[in-house]
Design a protein around this ligand. Structure first.
Ligand SMILES: C[S@@+](CC[C@H](N)C(=O)[O-])C[C@H]1O[C@@H](n2cnc3c(N)ncnc32)[C@H](O)[C@@H]1O
Length: 237
């Protein structure tokens, strides 16, 4: 695995349901062509990648964001926590280009521009200290169950790659998504829902600038829930 994806990505777009792709401006196309290759984490062998080695010296902590959209939250975390390496997964080229346009010379960001599930599968066990999912697509229809980030195979991979005491922080405006996530996390022993009172899921752990999707949800009057899980040392086996 090269330190910064020198290989082209192997993007299994057939499994992703991204809708219509907007045509990018020549400036954004140029950013993708010029800047992305140096930051890209391409797919490699299953369970082989130690993500800490994607920077020099190796990072003590690696944080991951799944589905970063336009990258506002990822960039905020990268600036607030320069001591960590921040990896974002986002298959949508317009979102990746937007992050590249805004990130300046932030040296602690890497990008996987494909399916987060494929990315999770190639990470070494216990290699991520924190994972964010900010407003994952809820896919409420039953026939779309395989696309959900709540599905058990994703939850299982998260349990494998998160370190002991690592946090999984999920924000959503979908009660259905929240219900499925809580049900599956209860089935996956290592995860503990960190919530004692309603404030724990009504407010984020730390303030952050709202993401694009969050602003839209609020404009439509939808409440936002913050589900925080801790990966205990218990494997449940
Ligand atoms: C509802 S949007 C939220 C975007 C952003 N986090 C926000 O809050 O504005 C969900 C995002 O997840 C991304 N996504 C969907 N399926 C994905 C997958 N399999 N792996 C990684 N990202 C995915 C989409 O491209 C989209 O940007």
């Amino acid at each position: 695995m090269p330190p910064s994806g020198e290989n082209p990505p192997i993007v299994k777009r057939s499994r992703l349901h991204l809708g219509r792709m907007r045509k990018l401006s020549p400036e954004r196309e140029a950013l993708l062509a010029g800047k992305l290759p140096g930051l890209r984490v391409a797919l490699g062998e299953s369970e082989s990648l130690d993500p800490a080695t994607l920077c020099e010296p190796p990072a003590r902590d690696v944080w991951l964001e799944i589905g970063f959209g336009a990258g506002e939250h990822l960039l905020h975390q990268a600036r607030e926590h320069p001591e960590c390496l921040h990896i974002g997964c986002e298959p949508y080229p317009a979102g990746v280009a937007r992050l590249l346009a805004c990130m300046g010379d932030a040296g602690n960001i890497r990008i996987h521009d494909g399916d987060a599930f494929d990315f999770l599968s190639m990470l070494r066990p216990s290699s991520i200290s924190r994972c964010y999912m900010m407003f994952p697509d809820p896919w409420p229809k039953k026939r779309h169950g395989k696309r959900r980030m709540t599905r058990m195979e994703v939850v299982g991979q998260l349990a494998r790659i998160l370190k002991k005491n690592a946090e999984l922080r999920i924000a959503t405006d979908s009660g259905t998504f929240a219900g499925w996530m809580l049900a599956n996390m209860r089935r996956c022993k290592p995860f503990v829902w960190d919530a004692d009172r309603s404030r724990d899921w009504r407010e984020p752990r730390e303030p952050y600038p709202p993401t694009r999707y969050e602003l839209k949800a609020r404009r439509c009057g939808r409440a936002v829930m913050h589900l925080n899980f801790r990966r205990s040392g218990d494997n449940g086996s």
